[in-house]
Design a protein around this ligand. Structure first.
Ligand code: PLP
Length: 340
C-alpha cells in the first residue's frame, strides 16, 4: 500500500521538512561512488572540512510537480545539472555528470512520493542537491573528498500570498562581486546576503533588490530571484550582468515571452533611476515562481509599477503559461519536462 502522510497541503510555507529518503554519494581518489538512498538526514563530517571553513560548497534548487492525472514531473532538471557543474568548476570541485544528477533527483522524488503535494494545492516538492568539500584539511586549498547529496521537501509559496504583488527595497549591500561568484549558486553569496534580507524584512519589505557591485546604478537580483520588467511597449526586459545567477525560470520566461506571448525580449542594463519605462515588474525563480513586484523603494521613494495590490496582464499571462507547463496542463517546449 502507498504511504500516506498527514500534511496541510494548502498551507505549506517554504520550510525544511524531513522526508523519508535522501541520496548520498562520496567522491574520493578521483571517483564518485555508486551512491545510496538513506533515511539518515544527518551528515557526519570532519571538523576541518573545507565546506565549513572556506565555503567550498554549491547547491541547486528545483521542483517536482504532481499533474492533474497524478503523474509526477520535474521542470528542466537538465539545466540544474548544468548549473551545478558550472558552480563545481568555479570552486574546483568534481562535477556531477548529467545522468547521475538526474537519476539522483528522480530516485529521491520517487522515494518520497508521499510528500508530493496534490495537483491544485499550490504546492510542489522542492529538491535540494548540493556538493560539499569534506575531509579534514586546514590549509586554504580544495578539499580532498566531496559529498553529493540530494534531499527534498514539500513547499508552498516562497513569498507569502503566491501571485500577489509585494514590495522590495534597494539594499546598500552587495551579494556578489563583479568577477566573483555571483553567477554560481554557492553558499557564500547567500551568507553575504542575509543581513540585507533581514534589514528589508524588518522594514516591512518582502526582500531587497541588489544593485550592480561596480556602480550601484543597475538592478541585479531581487533577493534570491531574478528581476524582469515589461516595458510600456511590451518588451520583456531582464538585467544582464556578470554577477547575477542565471535563473532557469528567467530563461524559460524569456522563451515563453517571445514564443508564446509574442513579446519582444531584451537582456540589458536596467537602471534603478529609469523604472518609469516599465508598466509591470516581477521577481522570478524556482522558489519565487513569478512574484509580482508592487513597488521598489529607492532613496526613500516607493516606485510603484502596475499596482501594489493588482497583478498586471502580462505578468498574469506569463505566470499562467509557466505554471501550466510545470503542472502538465499544457505541453512545454521539447525537453523541459522529465517524467518520473
Ligand atoms: C540569487 C538567485 N537568483 C535567482 C534565482 C532563480 O533561479 P532559478 O530560476 O534557476 O531558480 C535563485 C534561485 O535559485 C537565486 O538564489
Amino acid at each position: 500500500m502507498k504511504k500516506k502522510v498527514e500534511i496541510d497541503w494548502k498551507n505549506l510555507g517554504f520550510d525544511y521538512m524531513k522526508t523519508d529518503q535522501r541520496y548520498l554519494s562520496y567522491w574520493k581518489d578521483g571517483n564518485w561512488d555508486e551512491g545510496v538512498l538513506t533515511e539518515d538526514n544527518v551528515l557526519h563530517l570532519g571538523e576541518a572540512s573545507p565546506c565549513l571553513h572556506y565555503g567550498q560548497q554549491c547547491f541547486e534548487g528545483l521542483k517536482a510537480y504532481r499533474t492533474k492525472n497524478g503523474d509526477i514531473q520535474l521542470f528542466r532538471v537538465d539545466q540544474n545539472a548544468k548549473r551545478l557543474q558550472d558552480s563545481c568548476r568555479r570552486l574546483l570541485m568534481p562535477e556531477i555528470p548529467d545522468e547521475t544528477f538526474i537519476k539522483a533527483c528522480l530516485d529521491v522524488v520517487k522515494a518520497n512520493e508521499a510528500y508530493l503535494p496534490p495537483y491544485g494545492s499550490g504546492g510542489s516538492l522542492y529538491i535540494r542537491p548540493m556538493v560539499i568539500g569534506v575531509g579534514n584539511s586546514i590549509a586554504v586549498k580544495p578539499a580532498s573528498e566531496f559529498l553529493f547529496t540530494v534531499f527534498c521537501m514539500p513547499v508552498g509559496a516562497y513569498f507569502k500570498g503566491g501571485l500577489t504583488p509585494v514590495n522590495f527595497m534597494v539594499s546598500a549591500y552587495d551579494r556578489a562581486a563583479c568577477y566573483g561568484t555571483g553567477q554560481q549558486k554557492v553558499g557564500g553569496n547567500y551568507a553575504a546576503s542575509l543581513i540585507a534580507h533581514e534589514i528589508a524584512v524588518e522594514k516591512g519589505f518582502a526582500d531587497c533588490i541588489y544593485l550592480d557591485p561596480t556602480t550601484h546604478t543597475k538592478i541585479e537580483e531581487v533577493g534570491a530571484a531574478n528581476f524582469f520588467g515589461i516595458t510600456k511597449n511590451n518588451c520583456f526586459v531582464t538585467p544582464k550582468s556578470l554577477s547575477i545567477l542565471p535563473s532557469i525560470t528567467k530563461y524559460s520566461l524569456l522563451y515563453l515571452a517571445e514564443n508564446v506571448l509574442g513579446l519582444k525580449t531584451s537582456e540589458k542594463d536596467v537602471y534603478i533611476d529609469e523604472l518609469d519605462e516599465f508598466s509591470e515588474a516581477g521577481a522570478c525563480g524556482t522558489a519565487a515562481v513569478i512574484t509580482p513586484i508592487g513597488g521598489i523603494e529607492y532613496k526613500n521613494k516607493l516606485h510603484v509599477f502596475f499596482s501594489e495590490t493588482e497583478v498586471g496582464p502580462i505578468t498574469t499571462k506569463l505566470y499562467d503559461t509557466l505554471t501550466a507547463i510545470q503542472l502538465g496542463d499544457i505541453e512545454g517546449p521539447e525537453g523541459w519536462i522529465t517524467k518520473l
